[in-house]
Ligand binder design. Structure first.
Ligand code: ADP
Ligand code: ZN
Length: 220
């Protein structure tokens, strides 16, 4: 079995949480460009230094950089069975590059899942988000607080706020999403690949909606 799915939606929609769980369930790699870029930043590679400027201001990292990164990742052996793409594509140019990449290898995209979440809820989630420096797990100051303030429940690591989760930068990211990423909805709707799920509500309920949306596209 193979499964290729894109999780599409604004920052804070919950793509990362769902992708992590469902990719494991489906036995395919979770490919998150945001995580890959943050790793490059942490390693202070040339690519990381270039990416950091854009990320901290809330803008997008240039298409050629991200397309190169994803192209390389999809060429690795574990991606032969498929993937859950989280945070990519984010522009029409990236979507076209992905089409070209898949076409070259005779591979088809199975589904694009769009996470529908209101702007108010996105702002609330992003500005209250805190992340463990050690294991990457996320918490929310109000809706999912850690047992001990400032400490990760899973590993005891120190919680911090991502540089791009400050209020001003979050507003920029939501605007960038509207202008650069939202056009992808029509791009995929036109090819009848798009399924919309309600991204508010409990994690389990959202997961079930995604399973249904993806299951309809795939004979398993
Ligand atoms: P979120 O979805 O919460 O904004 P991500 O971790 O997916 O967070 O992305 C964080 C930042 O990394 C983005 O604001 C952007 O600067 C950069 N980034 C991630 N994916 C892409 C992409 N496909 N194209 C361009 N920039 C990207
Ligand atoms: Zn931790």
């Amino acid at each position: 079995m193979s499964l290729r799915v894109i999780f599409l939606g604004p920052p804070g929609a919950g793509k990362g949480t769902q992708a992590q769980n469902l990719a494991r369930e489906w036995g395919v790699p979770h490919i998150a460009t945001g995580d890959m870029l943050r790793e490059a930043v942490a390693a202070s590679s040339a690519l990381g230094l270039e990416a950091k400027r854009h990320m901290n201001s809330g803008g997008l990292v240039p298409d050629p950089v991200v397309i190169g990164l994803v192209g390389e990742r999809l060429g690795q052996p574990d991606a032969k069975t498929g993937c859950v793409l989280d945070g990519f594509p984010r522009t029409v140019a990236q979507a076209e590059a992905l089409d070209a990449l898949f076409a070259r290898t005779g591979i088809a995209l199975d589904r694009v899942v769009f996470f529908d979440v209101s702007r108010g809820e996105l702002l609330r989630r992003l500005t209250g988000r805190r992340i463990c420096r050690a294991c990457g797990r996320s918490f929310h100051l109000v809706s999912a607080p850690p047992k001990v303030a400032g400490k990760c429940d899973a590993c005891g690591g120190e919680l911090h706020q991502r540089a791009d989760d400050s209020e001003a930068t979050v507003a920029t990211r939501l605007d960038v999403y509207q202008t650069q990423t939202a056009p992808l909805l029509d791009y995929y709707r036109g090819r009848t690949l798009l399924a919309e799920v309600a991204g508010e509500g409990p994690v389990d309920r959202v997961a079930e909606a995604i399973r249904t949306a993806v299951g309809q596209a795939v004979t398993r």
